[in-house]
Design a protein around this ligand. Structure first.
Ligand code: ZN
Ligand code: FE
Length: 256
């Protein structure tokens, strides 16, 4: 069993790019490189050579560094086979249920459409690490640009079912504004209120709130709780279809 070493690189306004190194093979993946320069610089500082790029979806703030990093390193670009046209430089396409090996570390691929029609997530089980792009955020989820509430609820339900110790390496530091919204729909959620204080403290000191854990997200993220009786009651939607409740949470967030 091999565990990844993971480094987090804040870029642009609020994006996180990750470098993940598998120590036995020295394979290194850059995950959703929004930009090339800071990612190449960080790898150089660590003495790591990027061998792979793993993309979750086609948006510019996730693939913007692909071609420059590939030119600089000759790395292999891995991305969603569900979206073959829109990932710059992709040569390895992975799909739902596939496994991908970064050196000796194995990732399982999940197809998680909703934010975009081709979005995937990578789960490195032995490292307890989920790279979920813009599908699941801490206390939030991605906007539905190309998918339906049904698709996104199904995608989030897949991720929610992973072990509670899973660390959620999402691609944005949106937590504080997500929390502000979440308390408006779920004001008496104790786990959420405790996290609200923790997040305020961390952000005041410029400390990332990411990664969070699935345990926390299950307890406090309203987008994962559309089937929870207490959230449904707080929203005056008791007994309704979770897809309807999810759609309403998403609708309220879009106009918050
Ligand atoms: Zn996106
Ligand atoms: Fe994004």
């Amino acid at each position: 069993m091999t565990k990844l070493e993971i480094r987090q690189i804040p870029v642009l306004n609020d994006n996180y790019v990750y470098l993940a190194r598998e120590p036995n093979s020295c394979a290194v993946a850059a995950i959703d490189p929004a930009v090339a320069g800071p990612v190449l610089d960080e790898a150089k500082k660590l003495g790591w050579t990027i061998t792979h790029i793993l993309n979750t979806h086609h948006h510019g703030d996730h693939v913007g560094g692909n071609l420059d990093i590939q030119r600089a390193t000759g790395c292999t670009i891995v991305g969603p086979g569900h979206d073959p046209e829109r990932i710059p430089g992709m040569s390895v396409q992975v799909k739902d249920g596939d496994t991908f090996k970064l050196g000796e570390a194995e990732a399982k691929v999940f197809f998680v459409p909703g934010h975009t029609r081709g979005h995937i997530a990578y789960w490195f089980k032995d490292s307890d690490a989920l790279f979920c792009g813009d599908t699941l955020f801490s206390i939030g989820c991605g906007r539905l640009f190309e998918g339906t509430p049904q698709q996104m609820w199904t995608s989030l339900s897949t991720l929610r079912a992973l072990p509670e110790t899973t660390r959620v390496y999402c691609a944005h530091e949106y937590t504080q504004s997500n929390v502000r919204f979440a308390v408006s729909v779920d004001p008496s959620n104790k786990a959420l209120r405790a996290y609200e204080a923790e997040v305020a403290d961390k952000r005041a000191r410029n400390i990332p709130t990411v990664p969070s854990t699935l345990k926390l997200e299950r307890a406090a993220n309203p987008f994962l709780r559309a089937d929870a009786p207490d959230l449904q009651a707080a929203m005056h939607m008791q007994g309704r279809d979770p897809v309807e409740v999810f759609a309403e949470v998403r609708r309220r967030k879009d106009t918050f």
